[in-house]
Ligand binder design. Structure first.
Ligand SMILES: C[S@@+](CC[C@H](N)C(=O)[O-])C[C@H]1O[C@@H](n2cnc3c(N)ncnc32)[C@H](O)[C@@H]1O
Length: 230
């Protein structure tokens, strides 16, 4: 069916829906499957999961499919109408999947235990480089993570021996003017430790060639997943 029923939706995620329909997302089903295997590698069954920046909801629906006890998907930029997309894709998939994932329109900067409670697992995937105040936003995400925070982000300057973050002027990162900062892995880990996480696991994106492996790539960016436990 290949998205035939959803021509007006600008899909980000390629979602596999009942009846063989696959939504025509920017991120392929193969890429998302590989990422999900990293994100959920420590299991999510029985856990309460908060997905910050869910957009079309792939990781929320995947957490539900893998047995999460409760899932709350939240987003701000896209769902509020200011971003590249809308909530229409999420709502369509939610209906087609018969999903029980709950939703909340919420800026990461508004997250707090008082606002949304605390969650066993918090997903903060593909959002950090979109915010103008990354340490503050990481702190807000961390504040609602009871057990595990999973961050996926662009990284830069991993060849440097200090914890540093790169600022991207204009649309320099990915030709997208809503991208601002990319930390290096040392920086991401240092921020997480300063926010009270004691065990950190870094996983290089399995499908990308890390920029620190080849001199001609040194000044480009890479992507990593960080699992951080309290
Ligand atoms: C690159 S997409 C990532 C989507 C999904 N998490 C993934 O990894 O495939 C970035 C998402 O972050 C959301 N976002 C951007 N700024 C945000 C903010 N301040 N608070 C909450 N979500 C935000 C966008 O609306 C968008 O859905």
């Amino acid at each position: 069916m290949d998205g035939a029923q959803t021509p007006s939706i600008g899909w980000f995620h390629s979602l596999s829906l009942p009846g063989g329909e696959v939504t025509p997302g920017v991120k392929s089903a193969e890429l998302l499957g590989v990422e999900a295997d990293v994100v959920f590698r420590h299991g999510v069954a029985g856990k309460r999961v908060l997905d910050i920046g869910a957009w079309d909801g792939f990781f929320s629906f995947e957490a539900e499919r893998r047995g999460a006890a409760q899932v709350l998907a939240c987003d701000h930029f896209c769902w509020s109408g200011d971003g590249w997309g809308t909530k229409a894709g999420f709502d369509y998939a939610h209906e087609r999947l018969g999903s029980k994932v709950e939703t909340r329109e919420c800026d990461v900067q508004q997250l707090s235990p008082e606002a949304v409670g605390t969650w066993d697992v918090v997903l903060f995937l593909g959002v950090l480089y979109h915010v103008k105040d990354p340490m503050r936003c990481l702190e807000q995400a961390a504040s609602v993570a009871g057990e595990l925070l999973v961050v996926e982000t662009a990284t830069a300057l991993d060849v440097l021996p200090w914890p540093v973050m790169r600022y991207y002027q204009g649309a320099d990162l990915g030709n997208d003017p809503t991208n601002f900062f990319a930390p290096n892995r040392r920086c991401l880990e240092a921020m997480a430790r300063d926010l009270g996480f004691s065990r950190i696991e870094m996983t290089i994106h399995p499908l990308l060639r890390p920029h620190w492996r080849a001199p001609e790539l040194y000044w480009k960016h890479s992507r990593v997943f960080m699992h951080a436990w309290r």
